[in-house]
Design a protein around this ligand. Structure first.
Ligand code: GRF
Length: 202
């Protein structure tokens, strides 16, 4: 299945997806970055994947920038849009057009800790367990239905950095697995609020 990966930064999730792509039946047609300096672009180039930089500050509105992204997606006939550390909020028009085809990974056990600084917030809240979630993207920020999660224990010695690195390791395994479920046609977004896995609502 053809897919595009949207990034803004380091791209460690992108790297694991690149490494797993043949096994998960994914052809990464293009990596789109919202940031020209994203290290993930170097990872894509090294793997021989086409890259496009679409920086919103160079467009007169969020929608015109998102329309540019839509053009790339449609040009490559991408059937899945994989957000991997993409730090822009997508416009409603974008989400509407590709509803059910956009996946995101978020570094918390949703619905806990939507938004940013999730690791520090989990520590501050004295959580014992933290983790990552893969979900379908809908108009509610970090609020689309969760497909699967992976958890880690928070140790008393953990700080935001150590916790982030433990969670990232889990993310790298989880995301490829769920992308594979998607390319196999095993998961579907139903009515904007539920996930169907192998024909059963989960
Ligand atoms: C990850 O923690 C991901 O869950 C979040 O942003 C981070 C991106 O890291 N959405 P990387 O760019 O994949 O290394």
């Amino acid at each position: 299945m053809n897919g595009v990966v949207l990034i803004s930064g380091s791209g460690s999730n992108l790297q694991s997806i690149i490494d797993n792509a043949p096994e998960i039946d994914l052809n990464i047609s293009c990596v789109i970055s919202s940031n020209a300096d994203a290290y993930g672009l170097k990872r894509a180039e090294k793997a021989g994947i086409l890259i496009t930089v679409i920086e919103h500050r160079l467009f007169d509105s969020k929608l015109t920038a998102d329309q540019e992204i839509m053009k790339v997606i449609d040009d490559y006939k991408a059937e899945v849009i994989i957000l991997a550390g993409y730090m822009r909020i997508l416009s409603p028009e974008f989400i509407d057009k590709y509803l059910g085809k956009i996946l995101n990974i978020h570094p918390s056990l949703l619905p806990k800790f939507k938004g940013l600084n999730t690791h520090q917030r989990a520590i501050d809240a004295a959580e014992k367990i933290h983790g990552a979630s893969v979900h379908f993207v809908t108009e509610e920020l970090d609020g689309g239905p969760v497909i699967a999660q992976s958890s880690v224990e928070i140790d008393s010695t953990d700080n935001a950095k150590s916790l982030a690195s433990k969670v990232l390791k889990k993310e790298h395994v989880l995301y490829s697995k769920i992308i594979h479920w998607y390319t196999q046609g095993r998961i579907k977004l139903i009515d904007n609020k539920s996930v169907q896995l192998d024909g059963q609502i989960i």
